[in-house]
Ligand binder design. Sequence first.
Ligand SMILES: CC(C)(COP(=O)(O)OP(=O)(O)OC[C@H]1O[C@@H](n2cnc3c(N)ncnc32)[C@H](O)[C@@H]1OP(=O)(O)O)[C@@H](O)C(=O)NCCC(=O)NCCS
Length: 235
Amino acid sequence: MTSLQGPSLAAVRLSDVDLGLAHLLDEAELARATTFRSSALRDTFTAGRIALRLHISALTGDSPGSLTADYFCPTCSNRAGHGIPQYQVPSRAGRLRASLSRSGNWCLLAASLDERPAGIGVDIENGSAADFDGFPSLVMTANERGQLQEVPPALKARFQTRLWVRKEAVLKALGTGLAQEPSAIDVSGSTPAGLSGPPAAALWKVEDLSPAAVGMPGDFAASIATWQPRDVGPQ
Ligand SMILES: CC(C)(COP(=O)(O)OP(=O)(O)OC[C@H]1O[C@@H](n2cnc3c(N)ncnc32)[C@H](O)[C@@H]1OP(=O)(O)O)[C@@H](O)C(=O)NCCC(=O)NCCS
């Protein structure tokens, strides 16, 4: 477990997760696992959810099976096991905020004991994930496209992927995911621009994570974003 300032982070190789621990998951999680079209996708989902429980359990001292997953989807206002990851843990009042991202055989997990952040998001991708022709027009703001012009050709793919993981981390921290247009939010600076509502006036922290620092292979890009209202103290 890597304890950087802020949420506690851990990178996990999904194939290392003991799927025999699936009994730790609750009914909604097990029901969602049955919806995947292949056993590989089901196992990837299940391994991530087990790993997140183990991560939170190591952080709070509660047994992993005692956590209540309380995910909330703001798009469909549903608590049926998808959307923003939140957990109720016996040792604490309120809901513990978490985030998770899977890519290939890897998963990055984040959980926070700090109750001040209103949103946490992590995202990982392998280095060439955003290396396709339509990416700049589909996903980037005009300002980000301007910055891309300054990047040497050999580094453009890496630049785009780094921008993408920042963007997804911010969209997860907002709780919207891709229900919000990624091209409307500029993540080229330390504070995202183009936001509306309370997050626009909030304190943001958006960081590129070194894959080595979190224990992932060097060809990954990883980012974490957190935000909190200004009146609840410094991050
Ligand atoms: C969030 C999202 C950007 C992540 O996509 P991805 O890069 O393919 O996948 P990742 O592995 O990086 O992240 C998946 C995790 O994101 C988190 N997540 C999903 N929706 C989220 C949301 N609205 N806010 C914050 N985090 C979310 C969950 O922890 C999920 O893990 P799970 O599969 O165990 O539930 C994408 O799934 C998305 O946009 N979802 C919302 C779309 C929507 O509104 N759908 C309507 C459903 S009714």
